[in-house]
Write a protein that binds this ligand. Structure first.
Ligand SMILES: [Zn+2]
Ligand SMILES: [Zn+2]
Length: 224
């Protein structure tokens, strides 16, 4: 897949270039955007709708963290219709056991959406590394967070991309280390610099108001 083509892809590609100037992992920014959008939808949608119910039952519901988020956004109560959905998930779980399946693999639909977005952002990034001006923009950016770097290196289509990713990150981390060591960052700018550095080291957004991303690595979450 190349990142050129549809208008949507062109838009995302332009967005990626802008995101690279933000000193945050662009995959974390867009994955968080997807996560918030899906959670908002789940928190406001009518869960009497059969397509939604079927999807939730088939996945045996959400992961613990995302159920927690939906519950929080719904004021701690899913209501009568939500209660029926959880009842149907429990029935399906009982049927799994009836069929002797105690370790059924199911993927939380919110986590699945995040993983798809991560994959599509990385595809765009790999394509961008083949274009000289975008490559230059990437090289002078803060690169990716460590978990998304690991995922990117795993998925990179060729040795050249892997080398660019690793080398850019090595330089970005060295620059971070220098900036945070000693007097290079004044007291006023220090809190943001520290948040940005921590976000790049462990993944997630550095903005205070955003929901932290899953602390597990993207690869682990994909496989969970
Ligand atoms: Zn990231
Ligand atoms: Zn989840």
């Amino acid at each position: 897949m190349t990142a050129s083509g549809s208008d949507r892809e062109d838009f995302l590609e332009a967005e990626l270039t802008v995101l690279l100037g933000k000193h945050e992992c662009p995959v974390c920014i867009l994955a968080n955007e997807t996560e918030q959008a899906v959670l908002s939808w789940l928190a406001t949608t009518n869960i009497r709708e059969e397509t939604t119910i079927t999807k939730l039952v088939k996945a045996r519901g959400l992961c613990r963290r995302h159920w927690g988020e939906v519950l929080r956004r719904r004021g701690g109560d899913l209501g009568a219709s939500g209660s029926r959905v959880v009842s149907r998930i429990a029935e399906a779980a009982a049927a799994d056991l009836g069929a002797g399946d105690v370790t059924r693999h199911s993927e939380c639909p919110v986590c699945a959406s995040i993983a798809r977005r991560e994959g599509s952002v990385l595809e765009m990034l790999f394509a961008a590394l083949n274009e000289p001006h975008k490559l230059a923009a990437y090289r002078s950016s803060s690169g990716l967070c460590r978990p998304h770097l690991a995922l990117a290196v795993e998925l990179a289509p060729e040795a050249r991309s892997r080398q660019i990713l690793i080398e850019t990150q090595r330089r970005a981390f060295l620059a971070l280390a220098k900036r945070l060591d000693g007097r290079a960052t004044d007291a006023h700018n220090r809190p943001l610099a520290i948040r940005r550095a921590i976000a790049l080291l462990v993944g997630g957004r550095c903005e205070e108001e955003s929901t932290p991303n899953d602390h597990r690595s993207p690869t682990a979450r994909r496989r969970a």
